[in-house]
Design a protein around this ligand. Structure first.
Ligand code: CA
Length: 254
């Protein structure tokens, strides 16, 4: 399948800096969004270290060279699944190392949503509240489940979806790179069809724009990924743009 993609990161309307990072490696079909947290520009550092480290490991394992797998191999997962999962855990280690080097980086962390495509299969990895959506036959579905305090409360029925959206603690993530050394990474494998669109995004999109509205924008503009990416960012800004907005669209064509 042919892949067309478009990626935009935007500071939004309220923040001074952009702590989100984007990374695309078209040769490896690797797509990554990371949303950093931490004061004194440390969030920016965390997300940048994460995306670059993920790419580094994916490139390292692209050839036939024998390499050492730092966390072993998972026999239940494909080679590419192992590459991506290990890349995220490797990136976690790099973020933790960077933190030890400079005191102002202490406490920095980052989310990750990453996709590695091999033919008709997409491997997904995620940690935190950056999301991956699938837009197929005009229907939008959220593939990832946020590692956030609010989502955990929602899943266990303590709060409603409406309460979750406006909750003062909606930015609190329960899992991120830069936390524990032994990071748990959620993995998924999806079989793609021609016409499918994957959307990777930071919460600067999803806290501003409800899913129904994302779906509406995608229905109207799915033919042109460049315009569509711009449309999604514009929608988040029109609704307040309170956080950095990152949108990465991957379209699969026959
Ligand atoms: Ca954010």
């Amino acid at each position: 399948m042919k892949i067309v993609y478009q990626a935009i990161t935007d500071v939004g309307r309220k923040r001074k800096g952009n702590e989100d990072s984007l990374f695309v490696n078209p040769e490896q079909n690797l797509f990554v969004v990371a949303d950093g947290m931490g004061g004194h520009a440390a969030g920016e550092v965390a997300s940048k270290v994460a995306v670059e480290s993920i790419n580094e490991f994916v490139c390292l394992t692209a050839g036939d060279e024998e390499i050492t797998w730092p966390f072993g191999l998972d026999q239940d997962m494909s080679y590419d699944g192992n590459r991506l999962k290990t890349a995220v855990r490797f990136a976690n280690r790099k973020v933790l190392e960077a933190m030890k080097e400079r005191s102002e980086y202490e406490g920095m962390a980052t989310t990750v949503a990453a996709v590695l495509v091999d033919g008709e299969e997409a491997n997904l990895a995620h940690v935190g509240d950056s999301r991956v959506y699938l837009f197929r036959e005009s229907e939008l579905s959220q593939l990832t489940s946020d590692h956030s305090w609010v989502n955990e409360q929602l899943q266990s029925g303590v709060i409603s979806a409406d309460q979750a959206r406006a909750h003062p603690l909606r930015n609190v993530v329960t899992r991120a790179l830069g936390g524990k050394a032994d990071l748990q990474v959620d993995m998924q494998l999806h079989k793609l069809k021609p016409g499918d669109l994957l959307l990777l995004c930071s919460d600067g999109l999803t806290t501003m724009v409800p899913d129904e509205e994302i779906q509406r924008v995608m229905r109207e503009g799915a033919g042109d990924v460049q315009k569509l990416a711009q449309g999604l960012v514009a929608e988040a800004n029109a609704r307040g743009g309170e956080d950095n907005i990152t949108v990465l669209l991957i379209q699969f064509q026959e």
